[in-house]
Design a protein around this ligand. Structure first.
Ligand code: ZN
Length: 108
């Protein structure tokens, strides 16, 4: 370990300072790209979410699914993303609410 005593144990603790994420509702979803950008980062640990990026030898992990904001979020759905590790660690402190994922619409 190379961390020094002045650093937080885990950079994800910066999440606790993101007041705009307190009490936000999240859904577990597969990450999908939009026209503007093709990936997102976990609000805590900055892990990458993308359906396009590939993990290579020694590369950082790429998540295909994660917790993301719902349509009632101030910036809309799929705006902020949180990985499972950060979810488990910070969901209570951040008062996050998990909204059940709506079942996929049945094909007509
Ligand atoms: Zn994370």
């Amino acid at each position: 370990m190379t961390s020094t005593p002045t650093e937080p144990d885990w950079p994800a603790e910066q999440l606790l300072e993101k007041g705009y994420l307190v009490g936000v509702r999240f859904q577990w979803k597969r990450h999908t790209s939009c026209e503007i950008w093709d990936h997102d980062h976990c609000e805590g640990c900055l892990t990458t979410f993308s359906e396009h990026f590939e993990e290579g030898p020694g590369s950082d992990p790429i998540l295909r699914e994660g917790f993301t904001t719902c349509s009632d979020y101030v910036h809309g759905s799929d705006y902020a993303w949180v990985c499972p590790d950060c979810w488990e660690t910070f969901k209570d402190a951040m008062k996050w609410v998990l909204v059940p994922t709506e079942p996929a619409a049945a094909p007509a």
